[in-house]
Design a protein around this ligand. Structure first.
Ligand code: ADP
Ligand code: MG
Length: 255
């Protein structure tokens, strides 16, 4: 019996005009595993994440999430892009947390978290609020349900953003440098929430330069440079003993 991986990227190519930003990236993430992606600015990390939930079309290769082809439908040997409605249905199962928290400033924390489940999934208000209350407790913000985002610290806002993603009950969570906009003293509280989420069995892909997190929490580590996956390995091993010169040079700057 083979178990379907949660994510299977096969030679993904992405171009912006004449600029090839992803030059054939392949990666697999098993269910319940955490993959961290590191690499210099402009290497294609965000683009790779955005392709996984089809915020970007791809120009070559295939992406599967939990066995489903993402963004496209295959007929014989041809692929057709899904309609926007079909693509957003796929995206519903994939949570994404960005560097900037993107909370709705005019909605309370509770309203931010319950908005999508109520509108998209038609979850009744009381049920959505009960679930949001649980999620807020999980991210350590039980007392902030009635607060507005503007009154929260960056670390608190990012934890609300994580709770908001989880409210849609995703099977995969993507994090794009979730702590890099935060003041240093607020980074730990967000990483702690992410660590607990990983321990609860969530499948996660995390673009981060927090090497302590990568070492402690990730099952796999990928180093990207210039649109290519240069090196992949077990995090402790790869950090201690990088094989490629480019990986060595990069790690020497971030460690
Ligand atoms: P990273 O997240 O590793 O910093 P990105 O994925 O954001 O890298 O960007 C990879 C490359 O793609 C960069 O050269 C960037 O300028 C380019 N790029 C990203 N988004 C776009 C876009 N929408 N249009 C044109 N070029 C883009
Ligand atoms: Mg980026």
């Amino acid at each position: 019996m083979t178990i379907t991986p949660m994510v299977n990227a096969e030679r993904v190519v992405k171009k912006f005009g004449s600029h090839t930003v992803l030059k054939g990236c392949s990666a697999t993430v098993e269910k319940g595993q955490v993959l961290c992606i590191i690499g210099p600015s402009g290497s294609g990390k965000s683009t790779f994440l955005r392709c996984i939930n089809h915020l970007e079309k791809i120009d070559g290769g295939r992406l599967f999430v939990d066995g489903s082809l993402i963004g496209y439908r295959q007929h014989g040997d041809k692929v057709y892009e899904l309609k926007p409605r079909e693509a957003s249905a796929q995206r519903r199962d994939i949570g994404m947390v960005f560097q900037r928290f993107n909370l709705f400033p005019h909605l309370t924390v509770m309203e931010n978290i319950t908005e999508s489940p109520r509108r998209v999934k038609r979850v009744p208000k009381a049920e959505a609020e009960a679930r949001a209350t649980e999620l807020l407790a999980r991210v350590g913000l039980a007392e902030k349900a009635k607060a507005y985002p503007g009154s929260l610290s960056g670390g608190q806002q990012q934890r609300v953003a994580i709770a908001r993603s989880l409210a849609m009950e995703p099977k995969l969570m993507l994090f794009d440098e979730p702590t890099s906009a935060l003041d240093p003293e607020l980074v730990g509280e967000v990483l702690e929430v992410m660590k607990q989420l990983a321990e609860s069995g969530m499948t996660m892909i995390v673009v981060t330069h927090e090497m302590g997190f990568a070492r402690e929490v990730a099952d796999r580590l990928i180093f990207m440079d210039d649109g290519l996956i240069v090196e992949e390995g077990e995090p402790r091993e790869m950090i201690a003993n990088p094989q490629h010169d480019r990986t060595k040079a990069f790690l020497s700057k971030v460690l």
